[in-house]
Design a protein. Structure first.
Ligand SMILES: C[S@@+](CC[C@H](N)C(=O)[O-])C[C@H]1O[C@@H](n2cnc3c(N)ncnc32)[C@H](O)[C@@H]1O
Length: 208
């Protein structure tokens, strides 16, 4: 069942300082999330004010109700002076950003489907123990950071699970996508700045 026009309008109006996903990308995220098994986790790296999280959660709600783990540093210092400057400009580190996230997931009625995790994405990955049906990477877009997100999280994605990148127009993200091992991932689908693919199973790989 697709999202209604009313739901799309409400999701499109969520706060994001104009850096969050656009409606056509949100519809892709919700469509993929609706297909994720209830027993598999949906992991989002880079939640910010929760706009993409809400699109994903609405999709999951219409589908099988897979739980969403929304990871962000929010007001945790990044330790990188250059990135700290960007964080200030974009209000990533403003304490009000996390409050807005909480408010928006409550207003959309999806807070029960979402567990916020505050911290560095790769550190969260180091103790992770659940199969992942969808991984959405939208954290720091420098090559090193995006690659670290891919390397530390992609191993948890189950066969048939989705790997999704936002901001595929950013140099670092573009490079990580270009380097994806072709024997592990299916065809790439791109819509605006969102690119996704699916984890191949052993039989897909054998079939060539
Ligand atoms: C572009 S914003 C995300 C926008 C959001 N996905 C949306 O569409 O509404 C990027 C977010 O990634 C977070 N971030 C960057 N590096 C991170 C890291 N290593 N671990 C966790 N969060 C990180 C930032 O704090 C920021 O809120």
């Amino acid at each position: 069942m697709p999202l209604t026009d009313k739901q799309i309008a409400k999701l499109s109006q969520l706060q994001d300082q104009n850096i969050g996903v656009k409606p056509e990308e949100g519809c892709i995220l919700s469509g993929l999330a609706s297909k994720v098994d209830a027993g598999h986790a949906i992991v989002e790296i880079g939640t910010y004010k929760g706009k993409s999280t809400c699109w994903i959660a609405m999709g999951s709600k219409m589908g099988h109700g897979a739980h969403i783990y929304a990871i962000d540093l929010w007001d945790t210092p990044s330790g990188d002076p250059g990135y700290e400057e960007l964080r200030c400009k974009r209000t990533y580190a403003d304490p009000k950003t996390k409050q807005t996230f909480i408010q928006q997931i409550q207003d959309m009625g999806v807070d029960d489907l979402i567990t916020p995790i505050q911290g560095f994405s790769h550190k969260v990955a180091s103790t992770w123990d659940k199969p992942v049906g969808m991984l959405f990477i939208d954290g720091h877009h420098a090559y090193k950071s995006c690659k670290l997100d891919y390397d530390s999280w992609s191993k948890y994605i189950v066969p048939g699970g989705y790997l999704v990148f936002h901001d595929n127009n950013m140099k670092g993200v573009k490079q990580v996508i270009a380097e994806l091992p072709k024997d592990q991932w299916g065809e790439l689908t791109t819509r605006r700045f969102t690119t996704y693919t699916v984890r191949l199973s052993n039989s897909d790989q054998e079939g060539g």
